[in-house]
Ligand binder design. Structure first.
Ligand code: MG
Ligand code: ZN
Length: 202
């Protein structure tokens, strides 16, 4: 069982530009390859978890989502970074046509995608984190028993400034961007391991 760092896509790994309805609109943030490399080196699985309801809405075909993710994988590999999984919800509960129109269990904040990764990759959810720029990214973490980091990229800064005061539960971590979040997560895991080793010696 390994811990994972689950990462939201738009606004976390890549620029938040609204619907990415063409490959040319997809751009990773400059720190994203290094963030994934650091997660790899820190002993975490690196897993992307994204809602792409633009497919259900008919804004772009499912094939474009796969094309974008192939590009993202290849950009990562060129930089020596490995994505262990990419999990996508293409659904919307009330818009579009079946099979994309459905009240699925995988649309964040429901935990279906994290549960799927747990089964496929033997993820230890309790030692895992989800990093994202919106409240549903935090809720999906908690719904799966993981911890939640909110980044200030994408919608994050505005969410913190205008809405966080009213949230019933605050994020377990706030970071400027994905790379800072991964740094803190990896360092925290090392501290926890050292503390439990010290405890075992006592
Ligand atoms: Mg996002
Ligand atoms: Zn879904």
């Amino acid at each position: 069982m390994k811990p994972a760092i689950f990462m939201d896509r738009d606004g976390t790994l890549s620029h938040e530009v609204g619907y990415v309805n063409h490959l040319s609109r997809f751009r990773l943030y400059p720190w994203s390859v290094e963030a994934v490399r650091l997660a790899n080196a820190g002993g975490f699985l690196a897993v992307v978890v994204t809602n792409q309801a633009g497919v259900a809405r008919g804004y772009y075909p499912e094939s474009l989502v796969h094309e974008i993710h192939a590009q993202m994988r290849s950009d990562m590999e060129k930089g020596g970074a490995r994505l262990d999984g990419i999990y996508v919800c293409l659904h919307h509960p009330s818009v579009g046509e079946p099979p994309y129109r459905q009240d699925c269990g995988c649309r964040k904040p429901r935990p279906g995608l994290l549960r799927q990764a747990e089964a496929d990759l033997q993820v230890d959810l309790r030692r895992s984190w989800m990093v994202g720029d919106r409240p549903n990214d935090m809720e999906v973490a908690w719904n799966a028993g993981a911890r939640a980091a909110l980044v200030r990229s994408g919608y994050g800064l505005g969410e913190l400034q205008h809405h966080a005061g009213g949230w019933p539960r605050q994020p377990d971590m706030v970071a400027d961007h994905l790379l800072e979040a991964v740094h803190k997560i990896v360092a925290g895991a090392a501290d926890e391991a050292a503390a439990s080793a010290a405890g075992a010696l006592r």
